[in-house]
Design a protein around this ligand. Structure first.
Ligand code: ATP
Ligand code: MG
Length: 420
């Protein structure tokens, strides 16, 4: 009886080569863009104390109340797999003693874990490219960070993405708005979904971005935070809009953006596509001036965002032209006869040292090795038989034209360089 094959955990996917290639394009665009804004990479732990997220994200959120992979380890410590990157960044910023080291501009790339209901573009382990900037005081910093997010996705060339912004107000103006929203929603409890009825007590602003269509239509006449901003928040929001316009970054205002996490204030934003259904948010973030002090540090203004790597990869895959599939192999070696195997491996090593991407057919019949070359998409084949080994002149076949010629190693390297 065949042994039972094990499967990965539901909602947790493998990144196989074709998908990872897409992710790497996204990562490269991020690295290029972020470097131009002088952001530095940090690599932070995947395991964190559970309390970090309870204190920062808040118990009333979906993430903390039901989505965390939290457990007690062998030492009786309560730890969890990070569901997001901001709280850990703040912890590291404080633990690293960086509060007096000037503005910190960070980015990270790595896996996050949330026990959500798996769907297309919604996984239980997913990857985020995130950015955090500590010591970012004013609306112009916000505009630059949003311009950077926009620049990053523009570099990928994905069509149909929109930047949407909102203001969440602050401790001075949000409570009154929240009361007005609750009063509005209290008259519509019957039409709201069960989750939103729960949110009404605990986290009413979260109702604004409920994915349920009924809830959304009930919200059509709801009061909007942007109409209830205090003077300081109004000035900040105007400054952001002016900054974006000055930098030619197109945006629209979306009063439904709230962000799921309690620690955001003022600027909140998303970059959305209409391609992925209710998983259409590819990048999201905002300002979180209260979080650093919440976690024991000095008052520190900050802003950040995170983009979902899998969702961006899906958009890239959708728009990829199959005709222009990139070749990953320059040269395939075809060795004819046992006696040429070692020699052909040595020639492959020389070609690799010259910078080419080389696969070795592994010997056997010429037919089989040419098949390998084809499957790998090699642009050239180098054929080595007894004669080639004796004379040192190798047979080069150009796959596109079928042309064959005999060349020594130096000529061959030159020719392929010129063809590239
Ligand atoms: P959504 O509204 O789609 O649930 P979110 O508000 O929970 O997103 P954030 O916590 O701000 O999202 O995360 C930033 C980005 O990370 C999202 O815009 C999305 O691209 C990605 N992301 C979030 N959760 C998941 C998930 N479960 N699977 C895949 N990507 C995700
Ligand atoms: Mg979510």
């Amino acid at each position: 009886m065949a042994a039972k094959q094990l499967q990965s955990i539901r909602g947790i996917h493998d990144g196989l080569p074709s998908e990872v290639r897409l992710w790497q394009r996204v990562e490269q665009a991020a690295r290029n863009t972020f470097a131009r804004y002088a952001f530095s990479e940090v690599r932070l732990p995947v395991l964190e104390p559970t309390e970090l997220f309870v204190r920062s994200i808040g118990e009333a959120t979906d993430i903390v109340s039901k989505e965390m992979y939290a457990f007690t380890d062998q030492g009786n410590d309560s730890i969890c797999l990070r569901p997001e990157g901001t709280a850990g960044s703040v912890r590291a910023y404080l633990q690293g003693g960086l509060t007096r080291a000037g503005v910190q501009r960070w980015f990270y790339i790595g896996p996050m874990f949330r026990r959500e209901r798996p769907q297309k573009g919604r996984l239980r382990q997913f990857q985020q490219i995130g950015v955090e900037m500590f010591g970012a005081h004013g609306p112009l910093e916000d505009a630059e960070v949003l311009a950077m997010a926009h620049g990053f996705l523009s570099e990928l060339g994905i069509a149909g993405l929109h930047l949407e912004i909102n203001s969440l107000g602050c401790a001075a103006c949000r409570p009154a708005y929240r009361d007005a929203l609750v009063a509005y929603l209290n008259q519509r409890t019957e039409s709201l979904c069960g989750t939103c009825n729960d949110r009404l007590d605990k986290n009413p602003m979260r109702i604004l971005d409920c994915k349920n269509a009924n809830c959304q239509s009930e919200l059509s006449g709801a009061p909007e935070m942007v109409d209830s901003l205090c003077d300081d928040c109004e000035t900040h929001f105007s400054g952001l809009k002016a900054g974006l316009s000055a930098l030619d970054v197109p945006y629209r205002i979306n009063a439904r953006i709230v962000r799921g996490l309690d620690y955001y204030n003022r600027t909140a934003f998303e970059i959305v596509t209409d391609q992925l259904g209710s998983q259409g948010t590819v990048l999201a973030g905002g300002r979180y001036d209260g979080l650093v002090s919440e976690l024991g540090g000095p008052p520190t203004s900050a802003i950040g965002f995170a983009a979902g790597l899998e969702r961006l990869g899906m958009l890239l895959a959708d728009q990829a032209d199959p005709e222009e599939a990139v070749s990953l192999v320059d040269i395939a070696m075809v060795a004819l006869g046992e006696s040429t195997l070692i020699y052909s491996m040595q020639q492959a090593a020389k070609l690799r040292a010259a910078g080419f991407r080389v696969v070795h057919g592994g010997g056997g019949s010429a037919k089989r090795q040419f098949k390998v070359a084809d499957r790998e998409g090699a642009r050239f084949v180098v054929v080595i038989g007894e004669d080639e080994m004796q004379s040192g002149r190798l047979t080069l076949k150009t796959m596109a034209s079928g042309e064959q010629q005999q060349l020594d190693m130096e000529e061959l390297i030159q020719l392929i360089h010129q063809a590239s």
